[in-house]
Design a protein around this ligand. Structure first.
Ligand code: GLC
Length: 485
């Protein structure tokens, strides 16, 4: 009987489509940006589909999460390079919705953070080689290996060309680009970690005379996706140096818009909020959350509250935003409350702290990253502004919509794909085209008008809270892609 059950189980497993996701980040274990959110949610939603079995493999990080959760060693081996020991640990008994494996390689000092160490290129290369060594000896190989961003960009090459991995030749690889500004240009000596391959294959690893992990993945993966269709278009025309490569490989390139985990992000059940609400009592719910935040940040709750949440990096455009807020208050005496939550560029952080003093209680900021506060601010704000220079997808606009907060976005990448202007059909936000103070001031002005028309505001809030940006839709598109492969 037991024998039969064993067979039955293994048959079931074989008839499943198994997808292995490789990523540097995965929420809640380790997250730096949106990549972590996506890899923490997509597999869970894939697994909700009958016949799908998705799992995640990431490098081991020594942080609060891994210290407080039970990890058991699932597999151990000696690696062919440097005679190092490899341990694959599995995270058991969690409600993640997928199996999570952490790869730990001897000889690399414990890392608390995901990135930012001098040996990053070597570390991520070793991670990829080690992971493939492990997977290659499975009895049943996965049906698809799905790599995310440049930290896993050498995998498609190695699957196709490393002599050591003959069993991978017919296994499809998918490479998803979350941010093409980080391409993984590396010193050539990381190739020392690679398993043996033919020297004439070397050009598949380079772009512009340097080793480039992202370029290699675009050349070698079976399919390449970006996290929104518009971002793919921008990369094909763009100035990031990879445009000719994308044009060359266009047949295997497409964009699939990200979703959000609507169970994790739900104003009705969000434990981080003191005042939960839903579409029925959104007006009252938002008022309470707004009062709380405005009190904490000494802002006037009678004014529309326009917030920004994000990192202070070039991509997010917070520098231009701060100029626009300054002008709105100092030159145009705008009756608005502005709040910025984020960290990054120290110069901008200092500037914002200074700005508080001169903005008459209409602007405040919190320098740092605090998930609890961020949630409260989504719930409290009337508008969320995203003045991105570029935005592969952006997730904050989805979070905002889910919390009944109207997004104000620049028309780039995923923002263009997900936010329609309120003047157009199915409008769910305010769009502006150019990243300058003029366009931002105009957008603020329009926000003020929406805020003053209380009835329209209410209808709009209900409309956006009803929109569906959950992973279910996007997960289906990934499954279609896997099935084609
Ligand atoms: C990166 C991008 C962001 C995207 C996220 C998840 O962080 O900058 O636009 O939403 O990845 O794909």
């Amino acid at each position: 009987m037991l024998h039969f059950e064993d067979n039955y189980l293994s048959l079931r497993k074989i008839s499943c489509m198994q997808v292995v996701h490789l990523s540097a980040e995965c929420f809640p274990v380790a997250k730096v940006g949106g990549l972590g959110d996506v890899v923490g949610a997509l597999p869970k939603y894939l697994n909700k589909t009958e016949g799908m079995n998705a799992m995640v493999v990431m490098p081991f990080v020594e942080n609060k999460f891994t210290k407080t959760h039970l990890l058991t060693v699932d597999f151990e081996m000696r690696l062919p390079f440097g005679n190092r020991n490899l341990q694959v640990k599995i995270l058991k008994n969690t409600d993640l919705g997928f199996n999570l494996y952490l790869v730990q390689i001897e000889g690399f000092a414990y890392r608390e953070n995901v990135y930012g160490y001098r040996n990053d290129p070597y570390f991520f290369t070793a991670f990829q080689v080690a992971t493939l060594n492990w997977i290659h000896q499975w009895t049943h190989l996965p049906d698809v290996i799905h790599c995310h961003d440049f930290h896993t960009g050498f995998v498609p090459f190695m699957m196709k060309h490393a002599h050591q991995f003959p069993r991978f030749r017919n296994i499809p690889s998918v490479f998803t680009i979350h941010n093409a500004n980080y391409q993984g240009q590396m010193p050539w000596d990381v190739v020392d970690y690679f398993p043996w391959f033919n020297t004439w294959d070397l050009p598949l690893l380079e772009w512009d005379n340097t080793l480039n992990a992202m370029a290699s993945a675009i050349k070698c993966a079976w399919r390449v996706t970006t996290v929104s269709p518009q971002y793919m278009r921008e990369l094909m025309e763009g100035n990031l140096g990879l445009a000719p490569l994308f044009q060359q490989e266009w047949q295997k390139c497409s964009g699939i818009l990200n979703g959000i985990d609507t169970e994790e992000w739900n104003p009705e059940t969000d434990k981080r909020l003191d005042h939960n609400y839903n579409i029925e009592n959104v007006k009252e719910g938002k008022r309470r959350n707004k009062n709380q935040i405005c009190e904490a940040f000494k802002l006037n709750p009678e004014y529309p509250l326009i917030s920004f949440i994000g990192r202070f990096v070039d991509q997010k455009g917070a520098d231009v935003l701060s100029d626009a807020i300054w002008q709105a208050i100092r030159e145009f005496d705008a009756k608005m409350s502005f709040l910025i939550i984020g960290s990054g560029d120290p110069q901008l952080s200092n500037g914002l702290e200074q700005m508080k003093i001169f903005t008459d209680g209409r602007f405040n900021c919190f320098i740092g990253y605090n998930e609890n506060l961020a949630r409260k601010v989504y719930a409290a704000s009337d508008f969320l502004v995203m003045p991105s220079r570029f935005e592969p997808c952006g997730l904050n606009q989805f979070y905002a919509l889910r919390y009944g907060t109207i997004p104000i976005v620049r028309t780039v990448g995923g923002l263009l794909d997900s936010v329609q202007d309120i003047n157009d059909e199915n409008g769910n936000g305010i769009r502006f085209i150019h990243l300058n103070t003029h366009d931002l001031l105009h957008a603020f002005h329009r926000a003020g008008q929406v805020f003053d028309e209380k009835e329209k505001l209410q209808i709009l809030r209900e409309f956006i809270m009803n929109q569906d940006f959950s992973w279910e839709k996007s997960a289906k598109k990934y499954i279609e892609l896997y099935e084609k492969l």
